[in-house]
Design a protein around this ligand. Structure first.
Ligand SMILES: [Zn+2]
Length: 247
């Protein structure tokens, strides 16, 4: 049973930071701005910031939070540490790293594609996927190849099916509408679209998704995974990504 408690913190226009709590430890994922994070923290003292990648709309709140909480650790990728592009970074992480944190273990996946240093943090049945995987979508390929992104998505989607996936942006409705326009009728996608439209109408986030939901409804992997051969699967993925980029 999961001992982790996760609360999404809406930031900027459509970003999510996350408050992650377990056994006396508290972390914040991707604080794009400090104000909403400080409000969500209340009396709690965060111990660490977990950065999935260096983009401004994920790291923008770091400096103000470090000023307010001077003992904060700032976790991020070794790639981003080398390039000095995450402010105040104190830990440089890579694929397979395991960190003890508040009575649990955090596993690090390196998931290049959106950026060269993209990380996914996995703990107690929860994964923080940043801009690598969105519900119904995936990030743009700013610093990686389609092959890299495809492998990164598979690394996430081979986690246990019930794993909660907490993603970086509220793009779910647009992604599912694209999936139906691009991939044609698909009952599970339509059902998921109706569900998330109801959530958004009630002003609720569509995060988290699960591995099982994404395998069933994410167009970028759904069509690819019907191919037994890796080159064809990657070609399917690439075609979907190109279509979404120009949609
Ligand atoms: Zn990004």
């Amino acid at each position: 049973m999961s001992t982790l408690h996760v609360s999404p913190i809406p930031c900027l226009k459509d970003n999510y930071a996350y408050l992650v709590e377990t056994d006396g430890a508290c972390a914040v994922v991707d604080p794009s701005e400090a104000g909403p994070v400080i409000e969500a923290l209340g009396d709690r003292q965060p111990h660490a910031l977990w950065l999935t990648h260096h983009h401004w709309d994920h790291v923008g709140g770091i400096e103000a939070l470090c000023e307010r909480y001077p003992a904060l650790e700032v976790w991020g990728s070794a790639v981003d540490a080398q390039r000095g592009r995450i402010p105040k970074q104190t830990r440089a992480l890579g694929h397979g790293d395991q960190l003890k944190w508040g009575g649990t273990t955090v596993d690090i996946l390196h998931t290049p594609g959106h950026t060269a240093g993209a990380l996914v943090y996995v703990a107690d049945g929860h994964a923080f996927t940043g801009d690598t995987l969105f519900s119904g979508g995936c990030g743009r390929l700013f610093e990686g190849t389609p092959e890299q992104m495809f492998e990164s998505l598979l690394a996430i989607l081979t986690l246990p099916p019930a794993t909660c996936l907490w993603f970086g942006h509220e793009y779910t409705i647009a992604n599912l509408r694209f999936a139906l326009a691009y991939g044609g009728p698909h009952p599970e996608t339509t059902q998921r679209l109706h569900h998330v439209e109801a959530l958004r109408q009630a002003n609720l986030p569509t995060t988290p998704s699960t591995v099982a939901t994404e395998l069933a409804t994410n167009i970028f992997v759904r069509t690819a995974l019907t191919e037994a051969r890796r080159p064809e699967a990657i070609a399917h993925f690439t075609a979907a990504r190109n279509a979404k980029d120009t949609a």
